[in-house]
Design a protein around this ligand. Structure first.
Ligand code: DHB
Length: 486
């Protein structure tokens, strides 16, 4: 129940906390505008503080703002951006000129920005946003858009979600868990609209997902880097134990490459290597200087009159059709032919220190403090808890049924290809090629699972990107135009 004081406060701020069902008043829109970095100004109608549940527990977060640009109609797709970061609460904001929300308005899309509770939200003494609260709020927001679809411009059958990091995880969850029955009683208890909550497309930048397997994946990838080898004997022991669990998990996923080859612990690193080479080659073709110092090998051996012309036949070095050579930069040849993975991983960890051992379920293991994820799975008393078998065993505790349930409800991997879920048909997934907030196997397995489920997936380990999102917006909005036929 909402505390009276919060209700009064919210009411005094012009909000309409629902007291008798969900409300949307089409005449309540306010005119506004946003100026983009390009100098273009977009005029819009703003509908703000749209509470998306009837039993509001936390009035700071459980509402959404919607912005309708001039010219939008009932058939305009809706771009839904979550600003969740760090699994923390996220208050609904106005659109930002410099990110995908401003760009979406400039492209004529309706923009929805829902708030959501998170691991740090609190009303009085009650922590309101522990798992799975954030995804419940976001699903309730989607249901609200469907509930008032006819009254509001924009097409709730074409919602495109977007988020970064923990927000990328939320976007992935919105995309993967559509209409899954286990969320239903929880949404009912909040007073969410009785509507479907599947979406049309999901854009996930560096999603921090599969939290219960993220530690094993992290150590499997990084255990032999200089950074991990410089750790204590105890740290190396834990790293090796976690790493050794990853191949069995991977095998259980039954993933395969596009050509049908099963992916196992024996060939998964080579698969990641192929993806990194493809990413670097794409960047190289666009003019980026890819350095051999990072571990890349090039086709620099081609010589003589019958060698394929390098650089598309354009003059290379002195004398024309020769391999490009740069002193110092180490850029050679037109094609990348191989990558020394140990060298590349050492490069990645040199750009930003690795997280500790373990990185995600760290509480009480090797004396480490609770991580944000340990807090996320805690309860309304503000506790933080172990959420993996490994962490629980190290602490001599058992995972309760509730923790196990919440871990599942927060993991989009589980719902991809699940017959009881309606997965979004379109996916755009990006993870930076030097992002170490979670390890490459996590987004790679996720994207592969989406592909194996027959969904439309645009996946890239984006070249030279650290942990970040809403980049390459020309490309993002070309993709959106293509999937929406605009
Ligand atoms: C985020 C980053 C992390 O490294 C993590 O473990 C969880 C969330 C984030 O930026 O949202």
């Amino acid at each position: 129940m909402i505390p009276l004081l919060s209700l009064l406060l919210a009411a005094s701020c012009g909000a309409s906390v629902p007291t008798d069902g969900l409300v949307f008043d089409a005449s309540s829109g306010k005119a506004g505008s946003i100026e983009l970095p390009t100098g273009k100004t977009v005029n819009y109608t703003a509908y703000e503080k749209l509470y998306f549940v009837t039993d509001v527990e936390d009035p700071t977060y459980q509402y959404m703002n919607v912005y309708v640009p001039e010219g939008a109609t009932q058939t305009t797709p809706i771009f839904l951006r979550t600003y969740v970061g760090g699994y923390m609460a996220s208050e609904a904001t106005a659109p930002q000129a410099g990110d995908a929300t401003g760009r979406a308005l400039a492209e004529g899309y309706v923009v929805a920005i829902p708030g959501s509770r998170g691991r740090n939200s609190k009303v009085g003494d009650t922590w309101t946003g522990r798992a799975p609260a954030a995804i419940l709020d976001l699903k309730a927001a989607i249901r609200y858009l469907r509930h008032f679809d006819k009254q509001m411009p924009g097409d709730a059958e074409r919602i495109i979600t977007d988020g970064t990091s923990a927000g990328g995880a939320m976007s992935a969850l919105m995309g993967a868990t559509g209409n899954y029955p286990d969320y239903e009683p929880l949404l009912d208890a909040m007073g969410a609209a009785k509507e479907r909550d599947d979406v049309f497309a999901s854009i996930c930048f560096c999603p921090i997902i599969d939290l219960e397997h993220a530690d094993m994946a992290y150590e499997w990838l990084f255990q032999d880097t200089d950074s991990r080898l410089a750790g204590s004997e105890e740290q190396q022991k834990v790293s090796a134990e976690l790493a050794s669990q990853f191949p069995a998990y991977l095998a259980g996923l039954n993933l395969h490459k596009a050509d049908g080859t099963p992916l196992t612990g024996d060939n998964f690193l080579d698969y990641i290597k192929e993806l990194l080479i493809a990413s670097a080659q794409k960047a190289k073709n666009a003019g980026a200087d890819i350095s051999a110092d990072l571990g890349f090998k090039f086709n620099s051996e081609a010589r003589g009159p019958f060698a394929a012309p390098l650089n598309g036949g354009m003059p290379g070095g002195p004398g024309g059709n020769r391999p490009m050579m740069r002193m110092g930069g180490g850029r050679v040849g037109e094609y990348i032919t191989d990558l020394d993975m140990p060298a590349y991983l050492n490069y990645v960890v040199s750009t930003q220190p690795l997280k500790g051992v373990p990185s995600f379920d760290s509480q009480g293991v090797l004396g480490s403090r609770a991580s944000g994820e340990n807090e996320e799975f805690g309860d309304s008393t503000g506790s933080s808890v172990s959420f993996t078998e490994y962490g629980a065993a190290a602490n001599g505790v058992v995972l309760t049924d509730e923790i196990r349930r919440n871990v599942i409800l927060m993991n989009p991997m589980i719902f991809v290809g699940n017959p009881k879920a309606t997965n979004a048909p379109h996916w755009y997934v990006r993870h930076g090629a030097r992002d170490r907030d979670t390890s490459f196997p996590v987004p790679v397995a996720f994207a592969t699972k989406l592909e194996n489920a027959g969904l439309d997936v645009d996946f890239l380990l984006a070249w030279n990107r650290p942990h970040s999102g809403d980049y390459a917006l020309d490309e993002v909005f070309d993709w959106i135009a293509q999937i929406t036929g605009r």
